[in-house]
Design a protein around this ligand. Structure first.
Ligand code: GUN
Length: 289
């Protein structure tokens, strides 16, 4: 079998086009949706993610307020910036790129963001709304995965979805979304304490890898005909590549294609969807005002 490769890049482009049309309508009414993007330090992956977000903001016609803080900035200074952005009515969404340097308490920073501007969906109020099925901002990567499954026509009802990874950003919220009535999947979460991981991943109709470990999901861990969603973005050294590194996912892609029915590539799979969903959340934040 050779899997259908899900083109996240083009699905994301159509989401952005829909957002852009709504942004134009809001602007005609005098509202310019605006996202404040805060980057602390110079982590190369974060610099690249933030550049992607800023490019998308320009494309959909939103205002972009960028803040670049040195890696030595104090937690108090960062909290003061967030407080001023919370109070600024022209800012609709606030995104603080993670991870933060070790001397800053990430949870405290996330909790300082006004939940009305929490377009990342990381604030405990947003997380709580997700848990109890109340409207609120959904975290962008899990929401992007659900949108990709829907666009690709992958059935989730009654499917066994196995999510490998229990992060706050992807694994846990994605498991909750898959178990929601709209998806109706039966969900298993695997993590570093899971005994005999391959025996569980081989039961998955939908297998999601969100671990951050290059090519750790090998073809023998995939049930024939499964849909495989690769959330991992790992930089591996490659002297033949332009910058000396290459991006690979958590799935060993080519052999996996021989077993799966659907698969997302890295890059151009889940990644562009994360950014598209961020645009959608920022639009929603502006409309909520
Ligand atoms: N770091 C990795 N993914 C994300 C994300 O979706 N949002 C933020 N703020 N930081 C991240």
């Amino acid at each position: 079998m050779s899997a259908t490769v899900i083109d996240g890049f083009s699905v994301a482009a159509s989401v952005r086009a829909r957002v852009a049309a709504e942004v134009a309508a809001l602007k005609a009414g005098g509202v310019i949706p605006c996202l404040a993007v805060v980057l602390v330090g110079e982590n190369p992956a974060s610099v690249s993610y933030v550049a992607g977000k800023e490019k998308a903001l320009a494309e959909v016609g939103m205002a972009d307020r960028s803040y670049r803080l040195p890696g030595t900035v104090s937690e108090a200074e960062l909290l003061a910036l967030i407080s001023s952005l919370n109070a600024d009515p022209s800012v609709h969404g606030i995104l603080v790129q993670l991870p933060l340097p070790r001397h800053i308490d990430e949870a405290r920073v996330i909790m300082a963001i006004d939940p009305e501007k929490d377009v990342d969906g990381f604030h405990p109020v947003s997380v709580g709304n997700l848990v109890i099925d109340r409207p609120g901002f959904l975290p962008c990567t899990p929401h992007g995965v659900i949108a990709l499954l829907r666009e690709a026509g992958i059935n989730t009802r009654g499917a066994h979805a196995v999510v490998v990874g229990r992060s706050n950003i992807v694994g846990k919220p994605l498991a909750l979304l898959l178990a929601r009535r709209e998806c109706n999947a039966t969900v298993t979460i695997c993590h570093t304490g899971t005994v005999d991981l391959p025996s569980i991943t081989r039961q998955a109709d939908i297998l999601v890898a969100a671990v951050g470990s290059p090519r750790m999901i090998t073809a023998d861990m995939i049930k024939p005909g499964a849909a495989v969603i690769d959330v991992g973005v790992n930089r591996v050294e490659d002297p033949t590549a332009k910058n000396g590194f290459r991006l690979v996912g958590d799935v060993d892609f080519l052999p996996a294609c021989e077993v799966a029915s659907f698969i997302t590539p890295v890059p151009r799979g889940v990644g562009p969807m994360t950014i598209a969903m961020l645009m959608q959340n920022t639009l929603q934040a502006a409309k909520n005002r």
